[in-house]
Design a protein around this ligand. Structure first.
Ligand code: 0GY
Length: 290
């Protein structure tokens, strides 16, 4: 573990909000354990281990039912920890992998068999060395035959430059963490409007309304300044949003988020039972389990 790395919360609170039956945590990770699944040599950070048993115990403690486990950059393109978690989940987890552009079809088929339903294309500079968009496009064309989607992670300021890439992607697109808006700029700023416009124009773009803890300036427990962004997306695109914990919250610099508090954030961005059902159950089930 890096010296300044903040491990996940050791003792999260039990949420007040009761998630509807079948709720999917559609963005979380497993890390290691390193002795069995070593971290990638070229990684940008070394986390504390966050093994599948802890993830599944948290799922149950928070009153959630299923997980979508996203391959994180600290494991590079080595998806063994992810596949191990999927195989141990009794069908209650699906996965998003990271793959090299020259991965074989048989390997992709094996990932599908294990429960993988998409790949992640990461443009966040502090996490990865840059990959040319054409390389990601080549991979996206390869996965389209499996009915998989592309998960794309970028910073809000980089969206304008990525629009041509997004327009060319042949798959459905899921954008991580609301496109990482800056709460100081507000929902009416051009950066967030650009993201809303993208979702308005292209109904194959979905958004995760995740990670208030990453970009909130007002901070815990409420992450109040992120509420307007999440609520705006949930109300405008109720059938194209996903929620998740982002456990074990890699690279937090200020605090270890209380996962119970993150569950209590849900009704503030999805205030009605109908919006909650779509966000937490119907949307992820349609995308990952149908
Ligand atoms: C997240 C966000 C982060 C890290 C990763 O793959 C990763 O390493 O996704 C981050 O540092 O913003 O989704 O967990």
């Amino acid at each position: 573990m890096d010296p300044n790395y903040i491990p996940f919360h050791p003792n999260p609170s039990r949420p007040h909000f009761r998630a509807p039956p079948g709720t999917v945590d559609a963005h979380c990770h497993v890390f290691g354990p390193a002795e069995r699944f070593p971290y990638a040599p070229g990684r940008k950070y070394t986390p504390s281990d966050a093994p599948k048993e802890k993830l599944f115990a948290l799922r149950d403690f928070l009153g959630l039912s299923r997980n979508v486990i996203v391959q994180a950059t600290c494991h590079g393109n080595d998806n063994r920890a992810l596949v191990d978690a999927l195989q141990a989940s009794n069908g209650l987890a699906r996965g998003i992998a990271s793959v090299s552009p020259d991965i074989g079809d048989a390997e992709l088929d094996a990932l599908h068999e294990a429960g993988v339903r998409g790949v992640r294309f990461n443009f966040v500079k502090r996490l990865v060395d840059a990959t040319p968009p054409e390389v990601f496009l080549g991979t996206a064309r390869r996965i389209a035959r499996l009915g998989w989607h592309s998960v794309v992670y970028f910073e809000a300021a980089d969206l304008a430059g990525l629009l041509p890439f997004l327009a060319e992607l042949p798959t459905l697109i899921v954008v991580d963490h609301m496109g990482r808006p800056d709460p100081a700029k507000g929902v009416d700023h051009a950066d967030f409007r650009r993201f809303l416009d993208l979702m308005e124009r292209n109904d194959r773009v979905w958004s995760k309304v995740t990670c208030p803890e990453r970009f909130s300036l007002t901070g815990p427990p409420g992450y109040d300044d992120v509420v307007p962004f999440g609520r705006c997306l949930v109300e405008r695109f109720p059938d194209r949003v996903l929620w998740g914990t982002d456990w074990p919250h890699p690279n937090m610099t200020t605090h270890a988020p209380d996962d119970g508090g993150l569950v209590d954030f849900i009704p503030r961005i999805a205030p009605t039972a109908a919006l909650q059902q779509a966000l937490l159950v119907d949307n992820p089930m349609r995308l990952y389990w149908s």
